[in-house]
Design a protein around this ligand. Structure first.
Ligand code: UDP
Length: 325
């Protein structure tokens, strides 16, 4: 992106989160002035250690549900808890972060020229009846289940932003993010990669929910961030909703063995009940992202797990040397 003499300002909501902070690093490296907004509900200031050293990074502690006062040319809306354990612990906050957040952005876009790059999720497909999932699939979501605060919140946010596009011509791009992992995931995140890794490193039994035959497809953070960046800078976009994820699908049993292998520790596997409405299968069809953005993930699972394992070791093991994350 041509920078000219002045830097272009972007806003990242949820900047202290796992993906928000990696996105901040990438945008700073690309020469943007980056404003981060976070209410620290699940974000961690430690994630912003490298960004905070940059003179072109500014942090605001605030809430996406309130009126935005920051000026930005592009808003990356990543503000919402994303792990089932976290998003279900305060369902109202989860739903309102998505829905009121999208409404605030739509209001903002009505008054100013801004590009909105919104983080939606594969959860809009629910427990999918179509496989792999294409952007055209409408989904199979339980509207009153334990996951609904997140799934339906994200679906309603898509509705709000697509209406803003139709009615006011707002420049909206929506990425449906599939399972993503990497350094800086919260140690207590509760999602499968962070749980299995922590358990393997600490020599604890791996907690397998259900029989482990359910599948997911895991994307490494740098691949995902590259997809977000490409979606943000591409010029005109006719189809504004794009899946971003890694199409390598695997069962949770396969993941457990991959994690133990990389961590170099074999631990027991204990079975726990499968959570309600846990999707059986999930895998993105990324044909559209490939065509529109020339994007596809590059980092192999074993490589990504190794990098994440190194970061977890540093944070979990007291004797490990603290390094820049
Ligand atoms: N899971 C598991 N053990 C754990 C955490 C999760 O077996 O300690 C399973 C979970 O039931 C689901 C899959 O791993 O089938 C992915 O769960 P996660 O919470 O990471 O994300 P989801 O894709 O369900 O939002």
């Amino acid at each position: 992106m041509g920078l000219g003499s002045t830097r272009r300002t972007v806003l990242i909501t949820g900047a202290a989160g796992f993906l928000g902070s990696h996105l901040a690093d990438r945008l700073l490296a690309e020469g943007f002035e980056v404003v981060g907004l976070d209410n620290l509900m699940t974000g961690d200031l430690g994630n912003l250690r490298s960004a905070s050293r940059e003179p072109h990074f500014h942090l605001e502690i605030g809430d996406v549900r309130e009126t935005l006062h920051v000026y930005a040319e592009i808003i990356f809306n990543l503000a919402c808890p994303a792990s089932p354990v976290h998003y279900q612990s305060d369902p109202y906050a989860t739903l309102t972060s998505s829905v009121f957040g999208a409404i605030r952005l739509a209001e903002y876009a009505r008054l100013r020229r801004v590009r909105i790059v919104h983080a939606s999720t594969s959860e809009v497909y629910g427990d999918p009846l179509e496989h792999p999932q294409k952007e055209t699939y409408w989904g199979h979501v339980n509207p009153i289940g334990e996951r609904a605060c997140y799934d339906e919140g994200k679906r309603a946010a898509e509705t709000v932003l697509m209406d803003a596009r139709r009615v006011h011509g707002a420049d909206v791009r929506i990425m449906r993010i599939f399972n993503t992992y990497g350094p800086r995931m919260a140690l207590n995140d509760g999602r499968v990669v962070s749980n299995f890794l922590r358990q393997a490193i600490e020599g604890e039994p791996i907690t397998m929910y259900g029989d482990g035959s359910q599948s997911r497809s895991f994307c490494y953070q740098s691949d995902l961030i590259d997809g977000i960046f490409r979606l943000a800078i591409v010029n005109a976009i006719e189809q504004p909703i794009v899946n971003l994820g890694n199409p390598r699908e695997m069962t949770m049993n396969e993941l457990a063995f991959a994690v133990m292998n990389v961590a170099g520790k074999e631990v027991a596997i204990v079975r726990k009940p499968l959570p309600a409405d846990d999707p059986r299968r999930r895998c993105p069809d990324i044909t559209l992202a490939n065509k529109l953005l020339g994007w596809e993930p590059k980092v192999a699972l074993e490589q990504g797990i190794a990098a994440t394992c190194a970061d977890f070791r540093e944070r979990l093991l007291p004797e490990a040397k603290p390094e820049q994350r």
